[in-house]
Write a protein that binds this ligand. Structure first.
Ligand code: SAM
Length: 225
């Protein structure tokens, strides 16, 4: 038994916690996409945080990870993924992979996931966790994700998990025709989740989804460090 009271035999406890997370935090708040609900019931969120935080892993708020970052609240992750309408054949870009938890959920929903993380230590840790859990369709690169990942573009969907002062033009450029971009836009204290869709003629439509609060996107097309 570890100091936090959990041991290897705790898996059924976490399965039950995931089930109630899906029912009480997601379904009850309007998340209805069956694939998103199933993926979030399957992915072991506690594996992406320190053991000391296992008790917090399925609670209704963000959880601290190293480098003073967080893994986002489960509801906001589900809301972003549902809005992006990820299809099984999609290639997806995730900006700000942090712990790798959302990356794992995306890997369950899409054909291929390219994730960009600013901190090498977080990228390394996320990579190790994803390999250990058997996710094979993920590439994590270290760098400034506000510039996207042009070497892997175009993407059917782009999910930005950090707050941008405006929609980064590089990301719009790397969106495929028919592609969806979900990005929190605002100042450093509050933002609105924006959904952009690129049409056949290259035009864009934008929908404002809901208020949210993310850590800042630090980079050339984000906030200054
Ligand atoms: N969805 C992630 C998870 O499940 O753990 C949480 C992401 S956390 C809210 C935001 C992440 O964006 C942090 O890890 C931060 O280091 C990263 N970030 C901030 N600016 C970035 C940038 N320009 N490029 C790539 N990552 C960035």
């Amino acid at each position: 038994m570890s100091s936090n009271g959990f041991n290897e035999g705790s898996q059924p406890v976490f399965r039950e916690q995931r089930r109630s997370m899906v029912e009480q935090q997601l379904r009850s708040r309007g998340i209805h996409d069956h694939r998103v609900l199933t993926a979030m019931e399957e992915v072991p969120r506690h594996e992406f945080v320190n053991r000391e935080q296992w008790e917090q892993a399925y609670s209704d708020h963000p959880v601290s990870i190293p480098e003073q970052q967080t893994t986002s609240q489960p509801y906001i992750i589900a809301s972003m993924l549902q809005s992006a309408e990820i299809q099984p054949g999609d290639r997806v870009l995730e900006v700000g992979s942090g712990s790798g938890y959302q990356t794992a959920v995306l890997a369950a929903l899409a054909r291929e996931v390219i994730a960009v993380e600013r901190y090498p230590s977080l990228a390394e840790q996320a990579r190790a966790t994803l390999v250990r859990l058997g996710y094979e369709n993920v590439t994590i690169v270290t760098g400034d994700g506000s510039l996207g990942a042009p070497q892997f573009a175009p993407f059917d969907a782009i999910i930005v998990s950090a707050a941008a002062p405006r929609v980064p033009p590089a990301l719009v450029q790397q969106l495929a025709i028919g592609g969806r971009l979900v990005v929190p836009v605002g100042d450093s204290s509050q933002q609105v989740l924006e959904l952009l869709r690129k049409h056949r003629d290259g035009s864009l439509t934008t929908h404002s989804l809901e208020g949210c609060r993310f850590v800042p996107l630090i980079g050339e097309q984000g906030f200054a460090a």
